[in-house]
Design a protein around this ligand. Structure first.
Ligand code: NAI
Length: 276
C-alpha cells in the first residue's frame, strides 16, 4: 500500500531491536514510502538485537548511539548528514527503558538511581536528540520529530511504574521544544500515544497481558498494532501534517476517550468479577 508519501525525504529511526519493535515496522514503512533512512540503537542492542538484518532489508547504514550520551548523538547526527549529503527531514525517537521495571522494584519503594536512569534514557534523551539536531541545524524546514508515548502519562496504570513519569516529561518536552523549534526552524515536534503493543519493552511491564486485553476490549477499534503505529509515523513525517506540532496524539483505537465498554461489562457479568 505504498503512496511514496516520503519520496525524497531522509531520516533517522532509533530503537529497532527486533522484528516486534515499533521502530522496526516504522523503518520498513518509511522505506516502502520512498524515504532514505539511517538506523540507530544503543551499542549493547547492536550485539543483542537483529538491527543488522533490518539494515540489509532497508539498504541503509547503522550508526550506534547511546541515547544518554551527547557525544554519541552528535556523532549520529553528523554521520547521518554525511551519509545523506545534507540535512534530514525526520527523526523517530523510539527509546524506553526503566531499570526499576526491569528489576520489579515497586513505585512506592523506588530506587532513585534507577529512577534517574529511567528519566535519562526514556525522556531526557528526547531533549538530547532535539537540542543536538537544532545546534547542528540537522533538520530541514518543515521537518518532523516524533517520539512514542503511552497514556500512563495522563492516567495511572499500576505496573507502568516510573515509566509513567518519564512519558509525562517526554510529552512536555514535545510541547516546550516544539515551541522553540517551530519558531526557529519550522520543525514540528509531536508524541504518539500508542496502544499497548507486544514488544520487548512492552512485555517488561508487569501484568502486561492483562492490560493489553483490557485495552483491546475497551477500545471501539481494538488495540492499534505496531504496523498501524508505523503508518501513523509515516503520516506525521509526511507533508500531509505540516501544521501539526506540540501535540500528544492518541493512536489507541479510541481507548483514551472510552470510560467503560459493553465488552468489559459483559466480561464482569460473565463471572470474571475481581474481588476488592
Ligand atoms: P523495544 O524494546 O523494541 O524498543 C525499545 C528500544 O529502546 C530498544 O531498541 C532499545 O535498545 C532502545 N534503548 C534502550 N536504552 C537505550 C539507550 N540508552 N540508547 C539508545 N537506545 C536505547 O520496544 P517498543 O515497544 O518498540 O518501544 C519503543 C517505544 O515505544 C518506547 O519509547 C516505548 O516506551 C514506546 N511505547 C511502547 C508501547 C508498548 O506497549 N510496547 C506502548 C506505548 C509506547
Amino acid at each position: 500500500m505504498s503512496h511514496q508519501l516520503l519520496k525524497g525525504k531522509k531520516g533517522i529511526i532509533s530503537g529497532a531491536l527486533d522484528e516486534r519493535s515499533i521502530a522496526w515496522k516504522t523503518a520498513l514503512a518509511c522505506v516502502a514510502e520512498g524515504a532514505e533512512i539511517v538506523l540507530t540503537n544503543a551499542p549493547i542492542a547492536m550485539r543483542m538485537g537483529k538491527i543488522n538484518e533490518l539494515a540489509k532489508l532497508c539498504n541503509c547504514p547503522v550508526i550506534p548511539a547511546d541515547a544518554t550520551n551527547i557525544a554519541d548523538i552528535e556523532n549520529l547526527m553528523q554521520k547521518s548528514m554525511e551519509h545523506f549529503g545534507g540535512k534530514m527531514d525526520f527523526i523517530l525517537h523510539s527509546i524506553g527503558m526503566s531499570p526499576n521495571v526491569r528489576k520489579s522494584i515497586a513505585y512506592t519503594n523506588t530506587n532513585y538511581e534507577n529512577f534517574l536512569k529511567t528519566l535519562d534514557i526514556s525522556a531526557l534523551s528526547f531533549h538530547r536528540f532535539l537540542q543536538t539536531a537544532m545546534k547542528l541545524d540537522a533538520i530541514n524546514e518543515w521537518g518532523s520529530v516524533v517520539a512514542l508515548s503511552y497514556i500512563a502519562a495522563q492516567r495511572t496504570f499500576p505496573g507502568y511504574n516510573d515509566m509513567a513519569d518519564a512519558k509525562a516529561v517526554m510529552e512536555s518536552i514535545a510541547r516546550s521544544f516544539g515551541y522553540s523549534y517551530g519558531f526557529a526552524k519550522k520543525v514540528r515536534v509531536n508524541t504518539i500515544s500508542q496502544s499497548p503493543t507486544v514488544t520487548t519493552a512492552g512485555s517488561g511491564v508487569s501484568g502486561f497481558d492483562v492490560f493489553l486485553h483490557y485495552a483491546d476490549i475497551t477500545s471501539p477499534l481494538g488495540n492499534a498494532s505496531a504496523e498501524d503505529c508505523a503508518n501513523y509515523c509515516v503520516m506525521l513525517f509526511s507533508d500531509y501534517t505540516r501544521m501539526v506540532t506540540m501535540q500528544n496524539l492518541f493512536h489507541d483505537g479510541g481507548f483514551s476517550n472510552t470510560g467503560v465498554s459493553h465488552l468489559i461489562v459483559e466480561e464482569i457479568m460473565a463471572g470474571n468479577k475481581v474481588e476488592e
